[in-house]
Design a protein around this ligand. Structure first.
Ligand code: KG4
Ligand code: ZN
Length: 364
């Protein structure tokens, strides 16, 4: 529909420079430039390297997205950007770019939450989110169960990891196995040829007195690392496929069990899974199986929309426009620890009052 808001979204919270363009809940472009190869030799994302890569990739990626979508910047109804959480320096590159474009073009600016964006992206694949929706958000930095009755304004955390994020555990175990970075996709691949029951690894926080919706992956990580060390110390080969499958099973067993439990307890009949780890094939399969058994409808975006991208930020921006949410001020800043409950960063006053600089000065 032509009257749905046309929004460009910018994502730079970690190592992907993402620029997406959507019209309402329709995806028009999803351009991503990744600096992951530059971080691989360090075994993790190096913030300074990420920031510089964002700076270099920003303008070309915006131009590519506009070209892919077949629209011009003038057509846009708004520009949204990840304001947090994420790496401070990396976020700042996206926020600065979004401000410059929005100001120069005279378009409203929306600083939005990265985690809410990971949930909202599913609208591009499966249409408007049911309200309420239970969301299992699993990425390199977060593992949370969130209940949302309106993705632009109400996200309530039910539980979260008390130590490592799920993706972090994948990355660390991959490092112990010398599989490179990021670890999730490689472990996913090896696990397909391994036996998930070969080794019994611990399921964190699943005891009767443990918090129902919190996660812990640090004990699992240590247990897998010790098991591998013991094999090596005994001079035996490490069965990479079986270790991958058994470790992965321990993670996704706990994630799906707690997510289904939360849906049942809260009387919610839709579960959404988002974030980079939602790309995991076994997590998707087991969640499908357990949701079907519990009468819960499962929504998981395709893998490319699960990992960090600009389309998810545009999707949430479009929803902000559609629901008449207040745009951010021109003094919007990046907040590396933006709480999950703050779906966006609304301006303290209306846009029009903040114009001090002349628009002509900005781009000359
Ligand atoms: O959402 P994301 O792209 O960035 C963050 O916001 O953190 O998530 C990245 C994380 C990494 O830890 C990566 O190993 C993990 O998602 N990941 C996966 C898979 N693909 C990416 N984990 C398990 N299985 C996968 N197929
Ligand atoms: Zn993410």
């Amino acid at each position: 529909m032509a009257d749905e808001p046309l929004v460009l979204g910018i994502e730079t919270s970690c190592d992907e420079t993402g620029v997406g363009i959507v019209r309402g809940t329709t995806l028009l472009a999803d351009a991503v430039a990744s600096s992951v190869d530059e971080h691989a030799r360090f075994g993790g994302v190096v913030p300074e390297v990420a920031s510089r890569a964002h700076l270099e990739a920003m303008v070309p990626t915006i131009q590519r997205a506009l070209k892919d979508a077949g629209v011009t910047a003038k057509d846009l109804d708004g520009i949204s950007v990840t304001a947090g959480p994420g790496l401070a320096g990396a976020l700042l590159v996206g926020v600065s770019a979004a401000k410059a474009y929005a100001y120069a073009l005279g378009k409203p600016l929306y600083g939005v939450n990265h985690l809410a964006s990971h949930i909202c992206v599913d609208q591009l694949e499966h249409g408007p989110l049911p309200e309420p929706t239970m969301a299992l958000l699993v990425s390199g930095g977060h593992s949370s169960l969130l209940l949302s009755s309106d993705i632009t304004a109400d996200v309530r955390p039910l539980g979260a990891t008390i130590d490592d994020a799920a993706g972090e555990a994948f990355d660390k175990i991959a490092r112990v196995l010398n599989l490179g970075f990021p670890g999730g996709p490689v472990i996913d691949r090896y696990a397909k040829e391994g036996d998930p029951d070969a080794i019994t690894f611990p399921r964190g926080l699943t005891g009767p007195r443990d918090p129902a919706y919190d996660f812990s992956f640090s004990g699992l990580k240590t247990s897998v690392a010790r098991w591998i060390e013991a094999k090596r110390a005994a001079g035996e080969d490490v069965p990479v496929r079986d270790v991958s499958a058994s470790f992965q099973e321990a993670v996704v067993d706990v994630l799906t069990r707690k997510a289904v439990r939360a849906c049942k307890d809260e009387g919610v009949d839709h579960l959404m899974i988002g974030g980079g780890v939602a790309a995991n094939s076994r997590l998707r399969a087991l969640a499908q199986e357990r949701c079907e058994r519990a009468g819960i409808r499962l929504r998981v975006p395709r893998p490319k929309l699960c990992t960090d991208n600009g389309a998810m930020v545009a999707a949430l921006g479009a929803e902000m426009v559609a629901r008449n949410r207040r745009p951010s001020s021109w003094d919007l800043s990046a907040d590396s620890s933006l709480p999950v409950t703050e779906t966006h960063v609304p301006g303290h006053h209306h846009h029009d009052h903040v114009h001090e600089v002349s628009k002509d000065n900005l781009y000359s």
